[in-house]
Design a protein around this ligand. Structure first.
Ligand code: CAA
Length: 254
């Protein structure tokens, strides 16, 4: 149900359950967690998620599986999804959601846990849980306002409405729209940063992530700490020297 393949410096995770629009059964969520853990052991520079087929990235939690669960199972289900998606916050390299079609509920929550989102122009997104008498449970109420602001997040979550790819771009829900095939566009996006040194990429990501939950004075201290660490790397010495010597830097990830 989850395919993990390696293509050079990239790991690709494909949710492969097209008959159910790649809906997130508990088994598939566990498989996503295992795939992320396995990819963490690989020498890669980006992790790309997509959905099998042309119709859906992921239609959310498996609604049929949600019926008839007891309180403990409901809580465990939310925590499982949250824990698996939170792996991406600290994953060693940036992740990209290649949103090839519908991304609803838990599917959009997976995408919002990724570092980047690139969407097909025909993609449709939303957090429609309210229509089921539910609320987002895999991080949506926390990540969406951080990405697009409280007002827009409330608009999406309380109405459950569907957002087009164009609107998603306009409100900052996705970073880019793909001109051609979205999976190829995700690889091209990855190529824009995979040549940089891993330490600088990790420090930059960590500093920006901390801005979301840190008072600014503390955030500035974190930035000073991490930028100092970046200056101390061999990559920084190489990058600065390469600029002065008018040549391309060769980063060694140290
Ligand atoms: N769970 C289980 N099965 C799903 C599913 C889901 N989330 N979404 C679609 N499917 C299944 C359908 O039941 C259908 O299967 P059958 O052919 O066996 O009936 C198949 O996928 C194709 O779906 P549709 O016939 O509905 O396709 P469509 O093109 O007419 O509509 C859609 C597409 C608008 C995405 C529609 O399927 C839909 O609204 N899906 C549910 C979206 C949703 O509400 N997601 C939120 C889930 S709750 C959640 O995610 C909680 C959380 O925070 C973690």
């Amino acid at each position: 149900m989850v395919d993990l393949v390696r293509e050079g410096a990239l790991a690709l995770i494909t949710l492969n359950r097209p008959e159910a629009l790649n809906a997130l059964s508990f088994a598939i969520i566990r498989e996503i967690g295992a795939a992320i853990d396995e990819a963490a052991g690989w020498d890669i520079r980006a992790l790309i998620f997509t959905g099998a087929g042309e119709k859906a990235f992921c239609a959310g939690a498996d609604i049929k599986e949600l019926i008839g669960r007891n309180l403990m199972e409901e809580r465990a289900g939310a925590e499982l999804g949250q824990q698996v998606f939170a792996k991406l916050d600290t994953f060693k390299v940036p992740s990209i959601a290649a949103i090839n079609g519908y991304a609803f509920g838990g599917g959009l929550e997976l995408a919002t846990a990724c570092t980047f989102r690139i969407a097909s122009p025909k993609a449709k997104m939303g957090l429609p849980e309210i229509k089921l008498g539910l609320i987002p449970g895999y991080g949506g109420t926390q990540r969406l306002p951080r990405l697009i602001g409280e007002a827009r997040a409330l608009d999406m979550i309380l109405t459950g409405r569907t957002v087009s790819a164009e609107e998603a771009l306009a409100i900052g829900l996705v970073h880019r729209l793909a001109e051609g095939d979205v999976r190829e566009a995700a690889k091209a996006l990855a190529a824009e940063f995979t040549g940089y040194g891993l330490p600088a990429l990790a420090f930059a990501r960590a500093a920006v992530q901390r801005s979301m939950d840190t008072p600014i004075a503390q955030g500035l201290r974190i930035e000073a700490d991490l930028s100092t660490l970046a200056y101390r790397t061999e990559d920084a010495a190489e990058g600065l020297a390469a600029f002065v010597e008018k040549r391309k830097p060769l980063f060694q990830d140290r």
